[in-house]
Design a protein around this ligand. Structure first.
Ligand code: G3H
Ligand code: ZN
Length: 282
């Protein structure tokens, strides 16, 4: 058990007709909690760091990436390290040296032709550096720069366009817009399972679901049955972590040692990861 390539975990999940789950890392406690939860569930996991998280850490990739890679290496299950939602080509170019085996290059907000050109160039560079590259077509809403709601007409991924996109760009996996939306705090999203099935038949690479925190258990399991191979979850961990911090501080207002509230927060992240991975493995 060790730090393994994202592409291997995704390929293994695709072969077994199951999914692999990627959880967002913002702090060291996220990374530790995610790996602890994966160990408790006995399942592999992907630690993903988004461009937004890098910005939060002053634009420096190395501190969080090296910490996450170290946590991954000490895990008792297979753990991969993925750089998520990258729009900045300079950041993309730092990925391999920082220990990542994969990147999601996010040109999803661009018009089709520009998305194809930028992503094809990113994929060429990534493959030259030995990295697996995910991209997005259609638009999964809920990010600060969202041009439209995920539920608006015209933003869902078109199967024929998606097949053309993968051929032209050479990407290894495709994030698709099928009804989920980023940063939902209630699990009320309804997915278009007929569209997922058509995408699976048309698109020659594994499909990725973003914005999965807002998707109920039954919908997630159905999405895996119909063709989703990688599931991305971020907000659900932040809800657990923040609730634990709030509860601890409310019950002990005089507390000053951060370990006393970050410890329960890390445990809450681990419990959420355990529950998600166990639910998806059932
Ligand atoms: O790429 C990360 C995910 O899409 C996270 O989305 O925070 O809505 O779960 P979420
Ligand atoms: Zn996402």
């Amino acid at each position: 058990m060790s730090l393994v390539p994202t592409g291997d975990l995704v390929a293994q999940a695709a072969t077994e007709r199951r999914c692999v789950t990627a959880f967002n890392v913002i702090t060291l406690e996220h990374a530790e909690g995610i790996v602890a939860g994966a160990e408790a569930a006995g399942r592999p996991v992907i630690l993903q760091i988004s461009e937004n998280a890098v910005r939060y850490h002053g634009g420096h990739l190395a501190p969080l990436a090296l910490a996450a890679a170290s946590v991954a290496r000490s895990g008792r299950v297979d753990v991969a390290l993925h750089l998520d939602h990258v729009t900045d080509v300079d950041l993309l170019h730092q990925a391999a040296d920082a220990g990542f085996s994969s990147v999601m290059f996010d040109a999803g907000a661009l018009p089709y032709a520009e998305n194809v050109a930028a992503t094809a160039s990113a994929a060429r560079w990534a493959h030259g550096a030995g990295l697996w590259l995910e991209a997005e077509l259609g638009y999964v809403g809920g990010k600060p720069d969202s041009p439209a709601s995920a539920h608006a007409a015209g933003v869902r991924t078109d199967p024929a366009e998606a097949a053309d996109y993968v051929t032209r760009t050479g990407v290894d996996a495709l994030a698709v817009a099928v009804g989920s939306s980023h940063a939902m705090t209630e699990r009320s999203a309804t997915l278009d399972h007929a569209l997922i099935e058509r995408l699976r038949e048309t698109v020659p690479v594994p499909l990725v679901l973003h914005g999965s925190s807002g998707v109920p258990d039954g919908e997630l399991r159905a999405a895996v049955r119909t063709g989703i191979v990688k599931i991305n979850i971020g907000t659900a961990l932040n809800i657990s972590l923040t609730r634990a911090v709030r509860d601890t501080l409310e019950s002990m207002p005089a507390l000053t040692d951060p370990r006393k509230y970050l410890g329960p927060a890390r445990d809450a992240v681990a419990a959420t990861v355990h529950d998600v991975l166990t639910m998806l493995a059932a």
